[in-house]
Design a binder for this molecule. Structure first.
Ligand code: CP
Ligand code: NVA
Length: 300
C-alpha cells in the first residue's frame, strides 16, 4: 500500500490513523517504548528542502525500532540523471519503505509504479497528505473530533489546499477555500472531491466571505517551493489574503489558526496571529511525529 494522496485511504483508514497517532503520542509522553519495526529501514529521497517532514519521519522510524537513510538529490545518482524507475527498483531491494519529496506528482507516481515497497508522499507540487493527516489529528485533539466543523483555507490553492480538499471530501468536513483568481486549487482534485457523496467543498475569491463561522482557519505560504521566482507577482495577487487580527475579528472568537510551516511572517500571516492565542502551529508541527509513526505502522 502507498500513501501518495489522501485518496489512497478510506475513511476508516484515516479514522484508524487518527486513533493510533493519538495513542502513540500518549505512550511517548509516558515514556513507554514501542518498537514494532525493529530491523526495518526507511529510505528518504528529498529533492526539495525540509525540516519537519524529514526530522519527524527519521525520528519516527527510530522510535519504532528501525533506521533511516536520507538521500538528497545531490547525494544520489538521481541528481546525475539516473531514471526514477531504476532508482525505485534498486531502492526496493534495500529498504522497507520510502518517503519521497519531489516536484511533479507524476514523478512519485512513476516511482510507485516501479517500487515493490510502500511509497509515502513527503510533498509534491500537487499534494502533501502526511501534513494534512497531522493537521486533522491536531483538530481532533483540540476540538474533540472533526464532525460538524467548518474549516476555512485562505491563500494559495497549492499542494496543502489540494490535500485538504481530498481529506474534507473523504471525511465529510465542510471546507471553504478563498483563493485569488489564477491561484485556485487543482481542477481535477476539486471535481473528484465534489463528486463524492456527502462532500462540501466550496471555492470563493473573497476571504471575508469564506471566513465567517470558521472553527479552523488554515493558510500556507504564497510562493511554494519551486515558485520562488514568482514571489513578487504573488505578493501582489495575494493582497487582502493575509491572516491578521482584523481577519480574526470576522469569525468565531475561538477559531483555531493553523499553518503547516515554514511561515512567512508579514505575508500570509502576521507575527501577532502566528504567535497569538488562536495559533496551534507548534502542536501541529509536533503531531507530524506521532502521525508519521501511525503511518509507518500502517504501511509496514
Ligand atoms: N510542513 C512541512 O512539511 O515542513 P518541512 O518543509 O520543513 O518538511
Ligand atoms: N506549500 C508549501 C508547503 C511547505 C511545507 C510548499 O510546497 O513549499
Amino acid at each position: 500500500m502507498n500513501l501518495l494522496t489522501i485518496h489512497d485511504l478510506e475513511k476508516s483508514d484515516i479514522d484508524n490513523l487518527l486513533e493510533k497517532a493519538v495513542a502513540l503520542k500518549e505512550r511517548h509522553k509516558r515514556g513507554i517504548p514501542h518498537q514494532p519495526l525493529k530491523g526495518k529501514v526507511l529510505g528518504l529521497i528529498f529533492e526539495k528542502p525540509s525540516t519537519r517532514t524529514r526530522v519527524s519521519f527519521e525520528t519516527a522510524i527510530c522510535h519504532l525500532g528501525g533506521n533511516s537513510i536520507f538521500l538528497s538529490h545531490i547525494d544520489s545518482q538521481i541528481g546525475r540523471g539516473e531514471p526514477i524507475k531504476d532508482t525505485a527498483r534498486v531502492m526496493s531491494r534495500y529498504v522497507d519503505a520510502v518517503v519521497i519529496r519531489t516536484y511533479g506528482h507524476e514523478i512519485i507516481e512513476e516511482y510507485a509504479r516501479y517500487s515493490t515497497v510502500p511509497v509515502i508522499n513527503g510533498l509534491t507540487d500537487l499534494h502533501h497528505p502526511c501534513q494534512v493527516l497531522a493537521d486533522i489529528m491536531t483538530i481532533v485533539e483540540k476540538k474533540g473530533g472533526y464532525k460538524g466543523l467548518k474549516v476555512v483555507w485562505i491563500g494559495d490553492g497549492n499542494n496543502m489546499a489540494n490535500s485538504w480538499i481530498e481529506a474534507a471530501a473523504r471525511l465529510g468536513i465542510e471546507l471553504r477555500l478563498a483563493c485569488p483568481k489564477g491561484f485556485q486549487p487543482d481542477t481535477g482534485v476539486l471535481e473528484k472531491a465534489r463528486a463524492m457523496k456527502g462532500s462540501f467543498v466550496e471555492v470563493v475569491n473573497n476571504p471575508k466571505e469564506a471566513i465567517r463561522e470558521a472553527d479552523v482557519l488554515n493558510t500556507d505560504v504564497w510562493a511554494s517551493m519551486g515558485h520562488e521566482k514568482e514571489r513578487k507577482n504573488r505578493l501582489m495577487a495575494f493582497k487582502g489574503y493575509q491572516i491578521g487580527p482584523e481577519m480574526l475579528e470576522l469569525t468565531k472568537k475561538d477559531v483555531m489558526v493553523m499553518h503547516c510551516l515554514p511561515a512567512h511572517r508579514g505575508e500570509e500571516i502576521t507575527e501577532e496571529v502566528l504567535e497569538g492565542p488562536n495559533s496551534v502551529v507548534w502542536d501541529q508541527a509536533e503531531n507530524r511525529l506521532h502521525m508519521q509513526k501511525a503511518i509507518l505502522e500502517l504501511l509496514l
